[in-house]
Design a protein around this ligand. Structure first.
Ligand SMILES: *Cc1c(COP(=O)(O)O)cnc(C)c1O
Ligand SMILES: [Zn+2]
Length: 422
């Protein structure tokens, strides 16, 4: 809690002290940004103090986080973050790009990006001695909260739509959370979880509601920063160094808009500290059937008009995005944009990534589907360096994955049957 002095409303700019508010702005319901004491951090730390650490998880960035390190260094909380970045040269060729990478967030302990948020929120919950934590979730936020809570013996309650993929529901149950399936949409679960949180005094993790989720999610930006600096150094030793000034373009799938806002916040932190000269371009990708934020971006407004969401990508199926305003700004303030893709394109992208050894759930493959569109339309050019995030594992939604491939043949157990087939 050392480097955190309070909150600032992202809508009206009102500032609050630590104990004054817990969730959103009392005046207008705006999402709150956690205020870090940049001057103090700058005085106490150099980038090398962080990049030389031997902690390989999101706790590497402790000086930039608003919580203390959780007790015990061998729980799944210390497995969150520090995900790998892979080059994708064959897909780069296909798209006529020179530089393409994928950061694989499916490697997190509960197999999605959401672990970053939940590790930090559970740590916060312990600090404020919350008895029970609760969240609404399409599945992944709940799995992450349930998993991180189980790791430290924290009680958790999860509200999810009853349509959530089986594997995600299994994760919730296996992690021992109290699981409540709602006969309604994610948005229904969201509203209900807040009512229950108020009624029973539970600490609510909801995305785009609890200010600490963003603080966990921003750690992906810190990792991208470290990776990018190192990648530059390597290329400078080769014949064909990357243009020093070519900005990185990051593709990320968007539902509530908290991941993209978190990545933006991470880079803003680094910029405020003077540790990076400029921000990368951030491109948000939404499913056509769940595109409230993309709609606002292209209508040049910050007013988010809800849609009636329908997409195979359950993790980004949202009627009213809860972090829409900051999500619009993430693209607008970095020279990025918003792209929408169809469910067919998402399914196709699951297959394309699969052939590269990456198994993405539909919402994870959505970012790549956006890149395919952007490369075709010229929104990214061939020498733009591009990083795509895979936000969740394909194992979480096997039914969707099976739509991306032809069924396997079944044969008699004889060699002649094999020959006939081949
Ligand atoms: C939650 C989630 C997203 C979108 O994050 P938002 O903060 O809702 O925009 C994307 N992909 C996966 C796999 C997710 O679980
Ligand atoms: Zn406000």
């Amino acid at each position: 809690m050392k480097n955190f002095s309070g909150y600032k409303c992202s809508l009206c700019g009102a500032e609050y002290l630590q104990g004054q508010v817990t969730y959103t702005c009392p005046k207008d319901g705006g999402n709150l940004d956690v205020i870090l004491d940049y001057d103090l951090i700058k005085k106490k730390f150099q980038p090398e103090d962080i990049t030389s650490r031997t902690e390989f998880s999101l706790w590497r960035y402790l000086p930039l986080l608003p919580v203390d390190e959780p007790a015990g260094d061998s729980t799944p909380l210390h497995a969150a973050g520090w995900t790998p970045v892979f080059g994708l040269p064959r897909l780069a060729d296909q798209l006529k790009l020179k530089h393409l990478w994928l950061k694989d967030e499916s490697r997190n302990p509960t197999a999605s990006f959401k672990d970053r948020a939940s590790a930090v929120v559970v740590t916060r919950a312990r600090e404020i001695k919350a008895d029970v934590v609760v969240t609404a979730s399409t599945g992944n936020a709940g799995a992450a909260l349930a998993g991180m809570s189980a790791a430290v013996g924290q009680k958790a309650v999860i509200f999810a739509p009853k349509s959530a993929p089986q594997a995600k529901v299994a994760q919730l149950l296996i992690f021992g959370a109290k699981v409540i399936l709602v006969d309604g949409s994610y948005d229904d679960a969201f509203d209900l979880s807040i009512q229950a949180s108020n009624e029973f005094g539970w600490y609510c993790r909801n995305t785009g509601y609890n200010p600490f989720t963003l603080e966990g999610k921003k750690t992906a930006a810190f990792e991208i920063w470290e990776w990018w600096v190192e990648a530059h150094q390597e290329w400078h030793q080769k014949d064909n160094p990357l243009d020093e000034h070519a900005p990185l373009t990051i593709f990320v799938s968007v539902g509530d808009g908290n991941i993209i806002s978190g990545i933006h916040k991470g880079f803003k932190d680094l910029f405020e500290l003077g540790w990076i000269p400029n921000l990368p371009r951030i491109v948000g990708v939404q499913a056509e059937g769940s595109a409230a934020i993309a709609n606002a971006f292209h209508a040049d407004t910050e007013t988010i008009t809800p849609v009636s969401a329908k997409t195979i990508a359950d993790s980004i199926s949202v009627d009213l995005p809860r972090d829409g305003v900051r999500a619009v700004r993430a693209a607008r303030q970095t020279g990025g944009t918003y792209i929408t893709v169809s469910d067919d394109e998402i399914i196709q992208s699951i297959a394309e990534l699969g052939k590269m050894g990456v198994f993405a759930e539909p919402a994870g493959a959505t970012a790549y589907a956006g890149l395919v569109r952007a490369a075709a339309s010229g929104a990214v050019r061939s020498d733009d360096p591009v990083l795509v995030l895979n936000t969740g594992s394909g194992l979480k939604d096997v039914r969707a994955a099976m739509q991306a491939v032809a069924a396997a043949p079944v044969i008699e157990p004889t060699l002649s049957a094999v020959k006939k087939l081949l």
